[in-house]
Design a protein around this ligand. Structure first.
Ligand code: ASP
Length: 306
């Protein structure tokens, strides 16, 4: 049994008109991954699916990444192989089109797991990744509006306020992407994001933290989305795979992981997708929406929703 699931981020769509477009985006991405999976590699499938989402400006990863408090793009991404525990990640990277592919190169070409900031950009250039500006007009406009709201409230700096901000302006949390696949031999997980709107310069979320937002081992893989600080504090992606190790399937483990997030940090904080090494898929969220799509052996068409 082979399978793949993708997500396009947890949060709330205030403008429900976006929903059909987002569903079309996750469907397209899961099909891109599925084509690779049929050729035999969960690793290629996850990279292709995440690249498709990074290249779609609707999602907050690669092109269309959200902006920091000071108006810059600092992207995070990670990829992990369940069989070997090989992992690669980049944090606070800019000026590249596909952070997930740079993360894969960190895994394959270096002895390290995580490269950050300028070092990550330098590494990408050494490996031949060309200069690319992922900032879109739409994100610039949203950044301006959100920042204005903050300033009007007299809060130019939201020290200790990200959680409240998300409750008031759900659009702060937006459309991170991820994919998890099983090729019959191994589970692979990958995640990519621009982070959270108006995040502090230098802030790194859960996405590139192995075990936090992204994890895969011999029993399962997980990709998280939501308030990154929550997933980091709960080591949520690793915890979710541990639930599979204890006997749950991917769906039960996803629900258990989200219950944990809700118990400690409340609702509107987290979403997760998983695949286990039997090929079961799972997904759960405590936010209003989380776009997802999956394909398994025997399915003619992806199942997708929010
Ligand atoms: N988890 C991401 C972060 O905190 C954001 C998201 O999933 O939307 O960077």
């Amino acid at each position: 049994m082979v399978s793949i699931i993708v997500h396009g981020g947890a949060g709330t769509f205030r403008n429900e008109e976006r929903i059909p477009k987002v569903i079309a985006g996750v469907r397209e991405a899961v099909l891109a991954g599925w084509r690779e999976l049929k050729r035999g590699s969960a690793l290629d499938a996850v990279e292709e699916a995440v690249k498709a989402l990074e290249d779609n400006p609707l999602f907050n990863a690669g092109t269309g990444s959200v902006l920091t408090l000071d108006g810059k793009v600092e992207m995070d991404a990670a990829i992990m192989r369940g069989k070997t525990l090989d992992a690669g990640a980049v944090a606070g990277i800019w000026g590249v089109k596909n952070p997930i592919s740079v993360a894969r190169k960190v895994m394959e070409k270096t002895d390290h797991v995580l490269l950050i900031g300028e070092g990550a950009v330098k590494f990408a250039r050494l490996l031949g990744f060309g200069e690319y500006d992922p900032i879109t007009e739409e994100r610039l406009k949203q950044w301006g509006e959100l920042r204005k709201k903050l300033i009007e409230k007299g809060e130019t700096w939201h020290w200790k306020k990200l959680n409240e901000l998300i409750k008031e302006y759900p659009e702060v949390l937006r459309s991170t992407v991820g994919a998890v696949a099983f090729d019959g031999e191994e589970v692979v997980a990958g995640t990519s994001t621009g982070g959270v709107f108006l995040k502090m310069f230098g802030r790194v979320g859960d996405t590139p933290i192995i075990g936090g937002g992204t994890y895969a081992n011999e029993v399962a893989g997980a990709s998280c989305t939501g308030l990154g600080e929550v997933a980091i504090k709960l080591a949520l992606a690793k915890t979710a795979t541990d639930f599979v190790g204890l006997g749950m399937d991917a769906q039960a483990a996803s629900e258990a992981a989200i219950s944990l997030a809700t118990k400690y940090f409340g609702v509107d904080t987290m979403g997760i997708i998983m695949v286990d090494a039997k090929g079961n898929v799972g997904f759960a969220k405590n936010t209003k929406h989380m776009s997802y799509a999956f394909m398994k052996d025997g399915m003619e068409e992806p199942e997708a929703g929010v």
